[in-house]
Design a protein around this ligand. Structure first.
Ligand SMILES: [Zn+2]
Ligand SMILES: [Zn+2]
Length: 364
C-alpha cells in the first residue's frame, strides 16, 4: 500500500518550482495509485516552466510517467488489465470517451480532455503530475504494460518514440519507397527517423544546426541516410539534389521556436506531398508564408499534437525488441528535487551540457 504522503515538485509560478509534501488520497474503485519510477522531460516541460503555454498554476508538472501500480481499485484493474506490481507507461491525455471527437476515435481532441501535468493542484486530490513520488491515475487513463526489466529511462522513451510513429508514419501515411525529411533532430526528430525507416522509407533526411552535431550523428546511426547542417548547406538545393528535383514526399517539422523551418517545409516538399507541423512557435506568425505554394502543389498540411495508443504500442514494441541502441538517446538523469536543473539542461540553458533526453527520478 502507498504511504500517506508524497514528495512532489510544484510549479507555483513562471520558472518557480517548489518542493512540497502532499497527502495521497484514499483509493477509489476506478482509480490507481502509481509509484513513479521515472518521468521523461521534453520541450513541453520547458514551455510549461516558462509559462508560455498559458497553463494555470499551481500544478505538478510531469506528463511522461513510467511507474509501478502501487494500489488499484477493482474496476480499474478489470478495465486496464493490470494489477499491483505491474510496470506501466501512462498516456498523458485523459479523455471523456463520450464527446463527438472521442466517439469519432479522435480522443486526443476530446472536448473534456485532461492532460496529466496540466491540471491544477487545487483540483480534487491534486496529484496530477509525475514530478512526484506518487500520482493518482484517473479511471479513464490509458496505460500500457511495459517490460519491468528495462532500465526506467529507456522505458520512458515510449513518449518521444510514440510521437515519431504517429507524426512521421501514421499521420502522413508514410509508405515503402517514400522520402521523408525531418526538420529538427531533437528527441522527436530522432524518434521519427526510427519510425520512418521501419515504415520502409527509402530515404530519410534530417536537418539540424551546427550545435546539433551529436544529435545528427545519432540520427545517422538510427538509419538516417543524410544529415544536413542547415547553417553549412543550402537546404532547398540539397534536398532537390537528393530527390532528383522532386522534393520529399513527407516533411515533418519538429523544431521549437524557429519559424524558418515552416517556410522551408513548403519549398522542399514534393508536389502532392504532405507536411506535418508539430513544433510550437510560441504563437508567433510565420514570415514569408506563401499559401499559394500549398494550392499550386496540392500539398497536404496537417498539425500534430497528440499521440495515439497504436503509436505508443509501436514505440513500446521497438523498445522491448532491443533492436536499436535507443539508450544513446537518453543522456541525463536527475533527482526529483533537481527538476529545474533537468529542465534547463534539456533546454540548453546549462553551459557545457549537450542533452537529448532527460529523466527525473523520484527514487534516486
Ligand atoms: Zn512531453
Ligand atoms: Zn471526449
Amino acid at each position: 500500500m502507498p504511504p500517506k504522503k508524497t514528495f512532489a515538485m510544484v510549479l507555483t509560478d513562471k520558472r518557480c518550482l517548489e518542493p512540497r509534501d502532499l497527502p495521497i488520497p484514499d483509493l477509489t474503485d476506478d482509480t490507481a495509485i502509481l509509484r513513479v519510477e521515472t518521468c521523461g522531460i521534453c520541450g513541453t516541460d520547458y514551455e510549461q516552466f516558462q509559462g508560455v503555454l498559458g497553463a494555470q498554476t499551481p500544478t505538478i508538472p510531469g506528463h511522461e510517467p513510467i511507474g509501478t501500480i502501487d494500489a488499484i481499485g477493482d474496476k480499474a484493474a478489470e478495465r486496464w488489465g493490470v494489477t499491483v506490481g505491474d510496470r506501466v507507461a501512462v498516456e498523458n491525455i485523459v479523455s471523456c470517451r463520450f464527446c463527438p471527437p472521442c466517439l469519432a476515435g479522435k480522443s486526443q481532441l476530446c472536448h473534456n480532455r485532461r492532460i496529466y501535468a496540466f491540471v491544477r493542484l487545487t483540483e480534487g486530490h491534486g496529484l496530477w503530475g509525475a514530478y512526484s513520488q506518487y500520482m493518482v491515475l484517473h479511471g479513464n487513463t490509458v496505460v500500457h504494460r511495459i517490460d519491468a526489466t528495462l532500465p526506467a529511462p529507456l522505458a520512458a522513451l515510449f513518449n518521444p518514440l510514440g510521437a515519431g510513429y504517429r507524426w512521421a508514419v501514421e499521420m502522413p501515411r508514410t509508405k515503402p519507397g517514400d522520402t521523408v525529411l525531418i526538420l529538427g533532430p531533437g528527441q522527436r526528430g530522432l524518434a521519427s527517423v526510427l519510425a520512418a525507416k521501419e515504415a520502409g522509407a527509402s530515404q530519410v533526411i534530417i536537418t539540424g544546426l551546427t550545435v546539433d552535431r551529436r544529435k545528427l550523428a545519432l540520427a545517422r546511426e538510427f538509419g538516417a541516410d543524410t544529415a544536413i547542417d542547415v547553417e553549412e548547406e543550402d537546404l532547398t538545393a540539397r534536398v532537390a539534389e537528393l530527390t532528383d528535383g522532386r522534393g520529399a514526399d513527407v516533411v515533418l517539422e519538429v523544431t521549437s521556436y524557429s519559424t524558418q523551418p515552416v517556410t522551408d517545409a513548403l519549398d522542399v516538399v514534393s508536389q502532392g506531398g504532405t507536411v506535418i507541423l508539430a513544433g510550437m512557435k510560441g504563437f508567433r506568425s510565420i514570415p514569408d508564408f506563401v499559401s499559394d505554394k500549398i494550392v499550386l502543389n496540392e500539398i497536404t498540411l496537417r498539425g500534430a499534437i497528440g499521440v495515439t495508443s497504436s503509436a505508443y504500442r509501436s514505440a513500446i514494441r521497438l523498445i522491448e525488441s532491443h533492436s536499436k541502441p535507443l539508450e544513446k538517446m537518453h543522456t541525463h538523469d536527475f533527482r526529483l528535487p533537481d527538476a529545474e536543473l533537468a529542465i534547463r539542461t534539456l533546454a540548453r540553458e546549462v553551459e557545457g551540457e549537450d542533452a537529448i533526453h532527460c529523466c527525473l527520478n523520484p527514487e534516486h
